[in-house]
Design a protein around this ligand. Structure first.
Ligand SMILES: Cc1ncc(COP(=O)(O)O)c(C=O)c1O
Length: 407
């Protein structure tokens, strides 16, 4: 495309998308779960990818994978079509690469997202539900110690709603991180995603940054990375570093369709990566704003009777994905009061996943009491946090909760 036509296209998209991404949301209009976090730059990048007709996984995907892996201090990034796919791929890859064997147990927090838990069982591993820490709502080390058996091989820590989970207590296990809602959080000065053997992120529309749908696995393990690249794309060898050796080992098979893993198709498109490359540049500033909101809102709400907030844990920086609350008493009434004031609410992720109907069909162990998870299930909810929100949103929330608390 000529520079003139490209400039004209950019101007057209900019005119249509003026004001996007939303950088400052007016609290007087309400408190939604999220705002639109992309704008003309992302749409231009994706449009240029389409115009180039190079739309299936290619150079842009490789570039975004390198950027995200570097952000996490890892050698490899494997981009996929969602955070759920990233979790499935990581777990399937660990089995395929021999890090875990069917029947091995994986510690999973009882409070988390459905697709952190379900893929564990889907690849033949046994999820063991562990209670969450009342201060962080992430894996509780004491509960985890009580839940372990001689078959326990891994801990899948979920950095819930932006709070970095402790991982040091699981050093003798294989540590995995679900950072799907914690982009930019840190623990002990290290970014989440840098600690475990493998870590996952989601780039769904409502997350810190977005590729509309999308997700990624990061790892330093070369063999695991090759395995993930096969499993992501039909099980074939095309993106593997050991492709030549594998092709030589099966000379009777046309290398263009040589399958070495029982794989899936979880591939992203070049549009996903075009978005991601632009969005990555926004992340640090946006997470700083979310973190400031989290601290400000915790301070504003701390004294309200009947309310528990979850300040950033010592030694961590919070990524402020969403703002969780626990209420003593009538959660439904509290949520309804907030909704009536234009403040959107949701349960805290899947809450106690052992109480979800699907759990009855998951071959899992639940060896320890899930007391905190039950409290979250009954009394917890979250409201949105966003880079575009600020102190006015905290004031509106505090006002609504003071009114509810004194009614
Ligand atoms: C902790 C956690 N894991 C996994 C996922 C799934 O990500 P996706 O919606 O991209 O499939 C989410 C989604 O919010 C999540 O919060």
């Amino acid at each position: 495309m000529s520079p003139e036509r490209r400039a004209a296209l950019a101007a057209l998209i900019e005119a249509e998308m003026a004001g996007l991404p939303v950088e400052a949301h007016d609290a007087a209009t309400g408190h939604p779960l999220c705002v639109v976090g992309f704008g003309a730059e992302e749409v231009l990048a994706a449009t240029l990818a389409m115009i180039s007709t190079e739309v299936t996984m290619g150079a842009r995907v490789r570039a975004f994978e390198a950027v995200w892996a570097a952000r996490c201090g890892k050698r490899h990034g494997v981009l996929v079509n969602s955070g759920s796919s990233a979790n499935l791929l990581l777990l399937a890859g660990l089995v395929e690469a021999g890090h875990l064997a069917p029947g091995d147990e994986v510690l999973v927090p009882a409070v988390g997202w459905s697709t952190t838990l379900f893929p564990v069982a889907q690849v033949g591993l046994v999820p063991v539900l562990v209670d969450v820490d009342p201060a962080t709502l992430c894996l509780d080390p004491k509960s985890a110690a009580a839940a372990r058996s001689p078959r326990t091989r891994a801990a899948f820590a979920v950095h819930l709603l932006g709070q970095a989970a402790e991982m040091a207590p699981y050093e003798d296990l294989l540590v995995l991180e679900d950072a799907c809602g914690a982009h930019g959080a840190t623990i002990g000065g290290r970014p989440v995603g840098s600690v475990g053997l493998g870590a996952t992120f989601s780039f769904f529309f409502s997350h810190h940054i977005t590729t509309i749908e999308g997700g990624i696995v990061v790892t330093d393990d070369d063999v695991l990375a090759d395995t993930l690249r096969s499993l992501r794309a039909h099980g074939w060898v095309r993106e593997r570093s050991d492709r030549a050796a594998l092709e030589a080992a099966s000379p009777e098979i046309d290398p263009r369709f040589l399958f070495v893993s029982p794989g899936y198709n979880l591939r992203p498109t070049e549009l996903t990566a075009a978005f991601g490359l632009v969005q990555d540049r926004r992340l640090d500033a946006w997470v700083a704003r979310r973190r400031a909101n989290h601290a400000d809102w915790c301070a504003r709400l701390a004294g309200i009777p009947g309310l528990t907030v979850f300040p950033e844990a010592p030694g961590t920086t919070h990524a402020g994905f969403a703002f969780p609350l626990l209420v003593a008493g009538d959660r439904g009434g509290c949520m309804a009061a907030l909704e009536a004031r234009g403040i959107a609410t949701r349960p805290i992720s899947g809450s106690n996943l052992a109480r979800q109907p699907a759990f009855a069909r998951v071959p899992a162990r639940t060896p320890v009491p899930l007391t905190v998870a039950d409290a979250v299930h009954t009394n917890g909810f979250f409201v949105g946090n966003s880079h575009a929100f600020g102190p006015d949103h905290g004031a509106r929330l505090a006002d609504a909760l003071h009114t509810w608390s004194s009614s």
